[in-house]
Ligand binder design. Structure first.
Ligand SMILES: Cc1ncc(C[n+]2csc(CCOP(=O)(O)OP(=O)(O)O)c2C)c(N)n1
Ligand code: SF4
Length: 290
């Protein structure tokens, strides 16, 4: 991990796979691209085996394009649809038992801080609602109670998509699913408020309808975790299959959900707020000098 690790040893360019050479030459390692330039640079993940039109797949594409330092990042995932694509990116990926993401991430982040005390190594968990809020709930919460410094991103499709449509704690009340035909009797868990109460220093809820805002939110969550403590993003990533959303209606559905349950929400501690204000001021000053 690190720029030295991804760079190709001189003389070996002709022997490396073209995809890798392109990644180093025209990709994100050591550079920062604007999300609006998506399609003009070599991306960290370009193919996936998820369902056609899956909004989670789109979210993951934007996620990888938004990493502030991909060469110094490790992604942790678990069973569930997301890992199908996460594991195909040019970023180290760890897959543990179902639901143990936040325990694995805690150990890894601590080890990286000991091994590389002078470097920023970003650890990011990306997992489903079942993995984080049901089966892995205890590990998610305890990583936050302990103020572990990594980011947790919940890709919430409001169902166990990968196993054919069981109800999750994040499914909306009343919804009928293939494997839960009686309809959900309980409210959707308020994950964002739980994250705040448990000690996260930056929390956001988002429907990925606006790529620029999504990229900014992902970057903020990663930077705040790097410097201050646990951060959490609750993202709506609909499941075409289990919720029968035709591909051409995926964005429309997300916009509708954004009007209620998934209205954009961002909260951060005063310390984190002060940090981002400083970052913005420095950015403006640098632009003025140019
Ligand atoms: C310990 C354990 N229990 C159950 C499973 C089976 N399993 C695999 S994926 C999954 C549900 C995934 O749902 P979610 O985390 O919401 O992700 P999604 O597939 O919806 O993206 C389950 C129950 C497993 N792999 N391991
Ligand atoms: S089952 Fe749903 S969430 Fe999973 S890949 Fe297919 S559309 Fe996406």
């Amino acid at each position: 991990m690190g720029l030295e690790y991804v760079r190709i040893t001189t003389g070996f360019e002709d022997y490396m796979p073209k995809d890798y050479v392109d990644l180093v030459k025209y990709g994100q390692f050591g550079k920062e691209y604007d999300i609006q330039d998506l399609g003009t640079f070599k991306e960290l993940v370009e193919e996936h085996p998820m369902c056609a039109g899956c909004f989670m797949a789109y979210f993951i594409r934007v996620f990888y394009a938004s990493l502030p330092n991909p060469e110094d990042s490790i992604v942790i995932g678990t069973a569930g649809c997301a890992r199908l694509q996460l594991s195909q990116a040019a970023v180290p990926f760890i897959y543990g038992n179902y639901g143990d993401t936040n325990a694995v991430a805690s150990g890894l982040k601590r080890a990286l801080e000991i091994r590389f005390p002078d470097k920023n190594k970003d650890v990011i968990v990306v997992a489903g609602d079942g993995g984080l809020m049901d089966i892995g709930f205890g590990m998610t919460m305890h990583s936050w109670f302990r103020r572990e410094r990594f980011t947790t991103i919940m890709v919430d499709n409001e169902v166990y998509g990968n196993t054919g449509g069981q109800e999750s704690g994040m499914s909306p009340k009343g919804v009928q699913l293939k494997m839960a035909p009686k309809g959900k009797k309980f409210d959707k868990i308020n994950a964002v408020e739980l994250a705040k109460a448990a000690g996260c220093v930056y929390v956001a809820r988002i429907a990925p309808t606006n790529p620029k805002r999504l990229a900014k939110t992902i970057k903020r969550a990663i930077l705040a975790a790097r410097h201050f403590g646990p951060t959490f993003i609750h993202a709506y990533t609909s499941c075409n299959i289990e919720y029968s959303i035709p591909t051409e209606k995926v964005l429309e559905d997300a916009r509708n959900r954004e009007k209620n349950d998934f209205a954009f929400y961002e909260w951060m501690s005063d310390e984190v707020k002060g940090f981002f204000e400083q970052v913005e001021t420095k950015k403006k000053e640098a632009q003025e000098v140019k």
